[in-house]
Design a protein around this ligand. Structure first.
Ligand SMILES: [Zn+2]
Ligand SMILES: [Zn+2]
Length: 246
């Protein structure tokens, strides 16, 4: 039995113990850094934002409105700009001022619920995509894309022109090994893969880097164009180097 298999067994055991509590130990790749993030998440849709309890009730309402707006953005950008976001705070409470909304946005980005860009736009952060996976799939079945390769929700990727499957840009990068992409075929329908059907944020460098990237000097030069997966097998569960404590 090799080390990966042992870890897979540990994950399975943990998840069988967590299942009655409606919790699960899950991972996903950060769409910007490529880092694998592990977290214990809720599996019940109406447990939404249970782990966001340090926030005030107004902040939770505000965060939910922002996430719902991002998911239902009709232009496939999965983004909201700061002006649109702060407008969503308008009728929450008179005490929840414009300034409080701006401060909350910064907190949500620091806590990985959102990713902020220097352009002033926000998209969903890894914490939202991990913790709200069930909620997003249940509430936005027509707006939630699943990556054909890793099966995670995909907010930044490309679609096949022929059969409409979606893949993360990082998964495409891995699949086509950076450079053979022009000769690559869709893994579903086998038609040539043409990188023109993009969706998701057009900004590719977050203003605030993911927490782990901020502590890693080598991550400073990374952007979407040159991110490469480690040379491992994505179908195997890899032990986490770091587990985030939310
Ligand atoms: Zn993927
Ligand atoms: Zn296809």
């Amino acid at each position: 039995m090799d080390g990966d298999k042992s870890f897979e067994d540990v994950v399975q055991t943990m998840n069988s113990l967590l299942k009655p509590l409606l919790l699960a130990f899950r991972c996903r790749k950060d769409e910007f850094s490529g880092e694998t993030i592990w977290a214990v998440v809720n599996t019940k849709s109406d447990e939404l934002f249970k782990s966001a309890t340090p926030y005030t009730p107004s902040e939770i309402v505000f965060l939910k409105r922002i996430i719902d707006h991002i998911m239902s953005s009709s232009n496939d950008t999965y983004c909201i700009n700061q002006h649109e976001a702060t407008r969503l705070s308008k009728d929450i409470l008179t005490t929840f001022t414009y300034k409080a909304a701006e401060s909350a946005l910064e907190t949500f980005a620091n806590d990985d619920w959102l990713v902020s860009f220097s352009s002033g736009k926000y998209t969903l952060g890894t914490r939202a995509l991990l913790d709200l996976d069930t909620y997003l799939r249940d509430q936005f079945p027509n707006d939630t894309r699943e990556c054909y390769m890793c099966k995670d929700i995909c907010i930044m990727g490309e679609m096949c022109n022929n059969c409409d499957i979606s893949m993360h840009k990082l998964c495409i990068n891995r699949l086509f090994k950076n450079g053979t992409v022009r000769r690559a075929a869709c893994p579903s329908c086998n038609e040539p893969w043409e990188s023109i059907n993009s969706f998701g944020p057009t900004d590719v460098i977050p203003d605030r880097k993911p927490r782990s990237a901020r502590s890693s000097p080598s991550a400073d030069n990374k952007n979407l164009g040159n991110v490469e997966y480690e040379d491992d097998d994505s179908n195997e569960i890899q032990p986490p180097r770091k587990i985030r404590h939310y």
